[in-house]
Design a protein around this ligand. Structure first.
Ligand code: AMP
Ligand code: MG
Length: 316
């Protein structure tokens, strides 16, 4: 499994692999993605197989800019406003799919909508431009597990299943994109993510509701248990047992844990988001019988951090 620094040469090699129908892992500002040519059903099948991802869970298609996005989906005024405000960046838009989009049905799980994103990362952008392809890419981890924020995480998750892993260093945001559906009158927040709810609302000029998680069509990817380490999680911890690992937040963490990682001693939520998944991976390997997690303020990006922690804590 070649992990290659994301040089120009490695990126064009990765582009050629995509064009041959192979799958390639690459960095974005959110997490590492496992990409395939979105027009090639065979290639997309490899992504689902490598991740062991349920077929009903559609993929986000990555494109270099709004113009490319408009060839695959119908943008109304609201969609355009959101795209202009956040692209390139960690917002995915679920929009009506153009019938002649050429995107493989498997990508959209047979839905008549498509999720699109323009990533804000030099390597991802270079790969999209070199391949000239729409790239369907979920996070480069086994389905249900912690998302990778470094190339090493991808290698640990997927071994030699990807034809290549482009190493662009640790992801700046560390949380998946926020997913907003704009298919009717009112936009709907399908998944909390790296763009905070209030940032979306500021652009829309009104509040946005989070989709009902039980509604099957809303966002099939919002599986209850997800982002999960093997070690059980205990949320809202205020003290720790000696056999526990502690995922701390803020200046006053309780003492006495087997191992402690502080997501942000300065109580900075953006720093905590960036470090969340990598920290869970380290604590998962610490030999602790449980990971105690201090409570994180449920504001701004903290809302998405808490969403991930709740899913990670769901019992098997
Ligand atoms: P992942 O690629 O694992 O980060 O997940 C992509 C997210 O986007 C999941 O929550 C999917 O269910 C969601 N998604 C992708 N395409 C669509 C779509 N057409 N309609 C609704 N949700 C979608
Ligand atoms: Mg994922």
């Amino acid at each position: 499994m070649p992990v290659l620094p994301a040089s120009e040469e490695a990126i064009s090699q990765a582009a050629r692999a995509l064009l041959r129908g192979e799958i390639v892992a690459f960095p974005t500002e959110t997490v590492y993605g496992l990409g395939a040519n979105a027009r090639d059903a065979n290639a997309v099948t490899k992504v689902f197989a490598a991740k062991d991802r349920p077929r009903f869970n559609p993929l986000i298609v990555h494109v270099p800019d709004i113009a490319a996005a408009e060839t695959y989906a119908a943008f109304d005024e609201t969609a355009r406003k959101l795209a202009k405000a956040f692209w390139p960046g960690p917002l995915s838009l679920v929009l009506p799919k153009r019938p002649a989009s050429g995107i493989a049905d498997l990508v959209t799980a047979g839905l008549d909508t498509i999720a699109l994103r323009v990533p804000n990362h030099a390597t991802a952008q270079a790969l999209l431009k070199a391949s000239q392809l729409p790239v369907a890419a979920p996070s480069a981890n086994r389905s249900g597990r912690i998302s990778p924020t470094t190339a090493e995480h991808v290698a640990a998750e997927l071994g030699d299943l990807p034809a290549m892993i482009l190493d662009g260093g640790p992801c700046a945001r560390g949380l998946e994109s926020t997913v907003v559906r704009v298919t009717g009158e009112t936009p709907v927040l399908l998944r909390l993510g790296a763009v905070a709810r209030h940032e979306v609302e500021a652009v829309l000029g009104h509040p946005i509701a989070l989709a009902d998680e039980d509604a099957p069509i809303a966002s099939p990817g919002q599986l209850e248990r997800h982002y999960a380490p093997n070690t059980p999680l205990r949320l809202d911890a205020t003290e720790v047992e000696p056999d526990e690992a502690l995922l701390a937040f803020g200046p006053s963490a309780p003492q006495g844990a087997l191992t402690t990682i502080n997501l942000s001693a300065a109580a900075d939520l953006a720093e905590a988001a960036t470090k969340l998944f990598a920290s869970l991976r380290v604590l998962d390997k610490s030999g602790a019988s449980r990971i105690a997690v201090m409570s994180i303020p449920d504001r701004g990006i903290g809302e998405a951090i808490n969403d991930r922690l709740r899913r990670a804590a769901k019992a098997r």
